[in-house]
Each structure stands twice: as C-alpha cells, then as structure tokens.
Ligand binder design. Structure first.
Ligand SMILES: *[C@@H]1O[C@H](CO)[C@@H](O)[C@H](O)[C@H]1NC(C)=O
Ligand SMILES: *[C@@H]1O[C@H](CO)[C@@H](O)[C@H](O)[C@H]1NC(C)=O
Ligand SMILES: *[C@@H]1O[C@H](CO)[C@@H](O)[C@H](O)[C@H]1NC(C)=O
Ligand SMILES: *[C@@H]1O[C@H](CO)[C@@H](O)[C@H](O)[C@H]1NC(C)=O
Length: 374
C-alpha cells in the first residue's frame, strides 16, 4: 500500500525519474518499508541530535552518552549515545515524518555502501555531541563543516547509484534538519563571561554568517527543505544554574541564544529569497522550553530546574554517569541531565514544532514543510 502511494507520487515527475524512484523504493524491501512522508531525513548538529556518531570516535575527550542511565527508557533500556532517558527530539520529529525514529548515525552505515542510505532513502544522522557551528567549537567531535562533507559522500553515492537527475529529485524532497549553536555560545561564554555589547554582537554576527554558509553548502549539494531547530534558553539548564550563586538562570547565555536565533531567522529568510527553491521552517525549542518553564503543571511537568540524572546542585554538577542519582518520575522532569531534555520534553517539543502554531515553528511548521510540493 505504501508502495502504491509512493509510485503514485513519483508519477507526477519526469517519467524517467519516476521509474528510477519506483525501482529504488522497490529495493527498500519489506523490512525497511515505512509510511515515511519524505524520501529521507538528513540530520546535522550537536548532542541535541546525536544518535550515536560519537560512539565511533576514539579518545577520552569525546563527549559520550553510551552508558547508563542514558537510554533507561529507550526500547530494551539500551544506551545508544543519545543524551536522553529515551528518544531525543530528532527521533520524535522523525516519527512525525513517518519514520520509526532518527535515521542511523552516519558512522554506523558509512562502510556499508550497499545500504539504502546510499540510494537516497531513509537518510542519515551526522550530528556529533559537543560540536558547534564553528570548527573551533568542541574537542574530539565532528564539526559541522565535516558533517556537511560526510553528507557530500552520501550525495555522490546517490548520484552514482540512481543518476544525477533522480538524485536531485529525491534530495530536493528530503528533509535537512539542523540543530546546533548552543555549544558555540557555551564556548564563547567560558572564554568571556562578561562580554561587552560589541563583543556579543560581533560573535553572533560571525556565527550567523557561518551558519548561512553551512546551509549554502548543503543547498549546492541538493538540499532544498531545511528544518532548523533554534537554541533553547540554555542559561536555564541545570549546569549553568549550578554555577549561579543564587541558582538563577545565567542571563548572558540566554541573551546570546536569543541573538543567535534572531540572526539565523533573518538569515534563513534572506537565503529563501536568493536561492531558488529553498524552503525552511524554524522550530523553536526555545519557545517550547519557555512554555514548559512558565506552565509546568498545565503541560504535565513537576520539576523544571533540577535534572533527573546527575549529581551536585540541581544535578547540574556532572553528567548522567552510571553512579549518578536517577529520578523515578522521569516523565515529570523537563531536564534529563545537566544540559539535555527528557524523552517527555522532546516528545512535546516535536509535536509543537511539527504541527504547532507560528509561536513554535515559523514561517511554516515542519508538517507544512514536509507536505510542500514545489
Ligand atoms: C569504516 O572503515 C574505516 C576505514 O577502513 C575504519 O577505520 C572504520 O573503523 C570503519 N567503521 C566502522 C563503523 O566499521
Ligand atoms: C560512497 O560512500 C563511501 C562510504 O562513505 C565513500 O567512501 C565513497 O567515497 C563514496 N563514493 C563517492 C563516489 O563519493
Ligand atoms: C562517578 O564515578 C566517576 C568515575 O569513577 C567519578 O569521576 C565521578 O565523580 C562519579 N560521579 C558521581 C556522581 O559520584
Ligand atoms: C495538526 O494540527 C491541525 C490544526 O491544529 C489539526 O487539525 C490536526 O489534527 C493536527 N494533525 C496532527 C497529525 O496532529
């Protein structure tokens, strides 16, 4: 049945292309067949999106979450590299798009060139915890520029397998999800915790310009539909709160996050005017987290300052290690660990961003971006 739907959709494009797409869909086989609403989902970014790439990197400095209590609520209670008790936001967005969860980490499939990923189907997740927009952000991670290069190898494989025209077609209908920026802000703050207005403005302007460059690079490789996740009020995470003498949010971090979000919003608008066929939606994890902090009870939460798993003040003093404290009522917590949301928060965020009002996704929501037929 899915097959019929896909074939019918493919029928609207050039006949040659439709045959190629139909063949590709056939080759997916029963096991991988889904009700996916787009051919593929490609994911770029940091720990808010990583589903296990960092597990494949070597070294003690690599940011990891491939140990308990991470994954305690994942199917079969498996730690996977996700910084969550269960799914992360990308998993839930992928579910909304009709996939089972996030596509696999790129490094898990990179050597399997026969994989459907190399025919433009399902997609891959290139996100790496600790990375940022800048190449200099993070240590022992995969920076965004490298993630884009890794996608370029996928794009070349897709073209080689199904032909340039079919590759262009399938990629133009696929979703390109980007969730990054928080680590750049943290890195800047750790070098200069009391920046002047000028320093803040310059830092944000530089970040936005580089963000736009990454988007342009992806566009050149065939990306057309950009699903951007903005930066939440990171100054209110348990870790920054644990550093504040009064346990309050660290305002500078929130201010930089807002500045970056505003800049990226304007930049995406500009890019959509100058690059033919570029469509985008900005999903606001910032607005979701703010809503939860403002109306926790109404949205089903009880604890919005302390992390479920960690140690020290607000459980913000360490990551979620096997010997850290673990809360029982995990679905009532906004934060899973010192910096990341719970499965429950991610689920709510995905619903709001996928199908919510302009407050949560603009200028269109992710569903409208998925359904857009150019
Ligand atoms: C993929 O191949 C490279 C080069 O041979 C190797 O270093 C890497 O460990 C392999 N990755 C996986 C996941 O097997
Ligand atoms: C296809 O992907 C493989 C594995 O990532 C990579 O080594 C190879 O260079 C790619 N092929 C092309 C033509 O880019
Ligand atoms: C957990 O164990 C690690 C390694 O033994 C140690 O560095 C860390 O401080 C411990 N954390 C807690 C919360 O006890
Ligand atoms: C999306 O939102 C619309 C309008 O608010 C609603 O009618 C529809 O049922 C929602 N769809 C899903 C899949 O949640």
């Amino acid at each position: 049945m899915h097959f019929a739907v896909r074939a019918a959709m493919a029928g609207r494009i050039l006949p040659v292309v439709s045959v190629l797409v139909a063949v590709a869909v056939c080759a997916m086989g029963e096991a991988a067949a889904t009700a996916a609403k787009v051919p593929a989902l490609y994911v770029f970014g940091d720990s808010t999106a990583d589903v296990g790439n960092n597990n494949y990197l070597a070294g003690a400095a690599v940011p990891r979450a491939n140990f308990p209590h991470n994954g305690v609520d994942f199917p079969t209670s498996r730690p996977t590299g996700r910084f969550s008790n269960g799914y992360n936001g990308v998993d839930f967005l992928a579910v909304n798009m009709g996939f089972r969860r996030s596509p696999p980490p790129f490094l898990a499939v990179a050597n399997r060139t026969g994989n459907q990923v190399f025919r433009g189907l399902q997609g891959a997740n290139f996100a790496s915890a600790g990375s940022g927009i800048l190449d200099t952000t993070g240590d022992s991670i995969i920076p965004m520029s490298k993630q884009v290069e890794q996608f370029a190898t996928v794009q070349r494989n897709v073209s080689a397998h199904i032909g340039n025209e079919a590759a262009e077609n399938v990629l133009s209908r696929s979703m390109f999800l980007v969730s990054t920026g928080g680590n750049d802000v943290f890195a800047f703050f750790s070098r200069n915790s009391t920046p002047t207005a000028d320093e803040k403005q310059q830092f944000v302007a530089n970040l936005v310009a580089l963000y736009a460059n990454h988007v342009k690079d992806l566009y050149v490789l065939g990306a057309r539909k950009f699903a951007v996740i903005d930066v939440p009020p990171i100054g209110c995470c348990p870790y920054p709160r644990s550093l504040h003498p009064l346990g309050a949010c660290i305002d500078v971090l929130n201010e930089l996050a807002r500045g970056l979000n505003k800049g990226v919003k304007d930049a995406m608008h500009g890019l959509s005017l100058s690059f033919s066929g570029l469509k985008y939606s900005i999903g606001s994890s910032h607005a979701v987290v703010q809503s939860i902090m403002k109306h926790p009870q109404r949205l089903g939460f009880k604890e919005v300052t302390t992390a479920c798993c960690g140690s020290g003040r607000f459980n913000g003093g360490s990551g979620c290690t096997p010997n850290a404290t673990l809360c029982d009522n995990r679905h009532e917590y906004l934060f899973w660990d010192l910096l990341h949301p719970t499965h429950a928060t991610s689920k709510l965020a995905a619903v709001a961003i996928y199908n919510g009002s302009l407050r949560f996704a603009a200028p269109i929501n992710f569903r409208q971006l998925v359904e857009d037929q150019h």
